[in-house]
Design a protein around this ligand. Structure first.
Ligand code: HEM
Ligand code: HEM
Length: 204
């Protein structure tokens, strides 16, 4: 005899708004997160096109995070770990994109000797955005893991697919580790060091 009358409990508890939210957030922070890193770190030879791709994807991730965060929010950031991290993630995405725009701006107007854009300042601004960028990617992917956990454990009442959360986070970290290893081996064995082209020198 089938005790639940043949009904699939997980299927009945599904929520299309949360699934839409989860899929968009995953796309914005996992594959696009990797592209944000690749465009600025591993594919720097085509500097200009990669720079614009990076900026475009950065704003895309920001917009997706705000739109699909606001779509499901009840403004209860303290209710669960996911609500808390999700809210922090929105704030961090705004700060990160602003710091990215500021970095791109100071680099663009850097001409070697203008007092407001001396090299140290350009470097410092770039460094702030770089560290903020890594932190954002880690936080974004950690937030995905908590979101998947929250959806399958709490909303779908203990569905086994909650394992997809940590799996996604681990896969993201493995991708980054593999990219970084290839990049370092390439540089160490003189297949051409992938360097960022330096800003134009005076008058150039
Ligand atoms: C970086 C990725 C993500 C961000 C920034 C994010 C952000 C948010 C925010 C801001 C909220 C509303 C919090 C509130 O009500 O105060 C929320 C709720 C929620 N998110 Fe995410 N989320 C992300 C990924 C995911 C994923 C991958 C899933 C998987 C399905 C998910 C499932 C949920 C669910 C089920 C809720 C409703 C929480 C509730 O009211 O009980 N999220 N998220
Ligand atoms: C979610 C949004 C963003 C994330 C997660 C992100 C992430 C990153 C990361 C990880 C790096 C460092 C790569 C390295 O190791 O060199 C970086 C560098 C950079 N990003 Fe972003 N970024 C975002 C948005 C933006 C935006 C919107 C812009 C410009 C409009 C931008 C401009 C830059 C620039 C110019 C650099 C190079 C800094 C340097 O030379 O060290 N970023 N970003």
């Amino acid at each position: 005899m089938i005790a639940d009358g043949g009904l699939d409990k997980s299927e009945m508890l599904r929520n299309s708004d949360y699934e839409e939210h989860g899929l968009w957030m995953w796309a914005a922070w996992f594959p696009i997160g990797l592209l944000l890193l690749i465009s600025k770190r591993y594919a720097k030879k085509a500097w200009f096109s990669m720079h614009f791709l990076h900026a475009f994807l950065g704003y895309f991730t920001l917009i997706v995070t705000i739109v699909f965060g606001l779509k499901v929010t009840d403004f209860k950031p303290m209710e669960s770990i996911h609500n808390m991290l999700g809210t922090v993630c929105i704030i961090v995405a705004v700060i990160g994109s602003l710091s990215g725009s500021f970095t791109a701006g100071t680099m663009r107007f850097y001409n070697g000797d203008a007092p407001w854009s001396e090299k140290e300042r350009v470097t410092r601004v770039a460094e702030i955005h770089r560290y903020a960028g890594y932190l954002m990617l880690l936080l974004g992917n950690f937030t995905i893991a908590t979101g998947v956990g929250h959806y399958y454990s709490d909303i779908l009442d203990g569905d086994n697919r909650k394992a997809l959360g940590p799996l996604s986070l681990i896969t993201f970290c493995v991708f980054v580790a593999v990219f970084e290893a290839i990049y370092r081996i390439r540089n160490a064995y003189s297949h051409g060091h992938v360097k960022t082209p330096s800003p134009k020198s005076k008058g150039g």
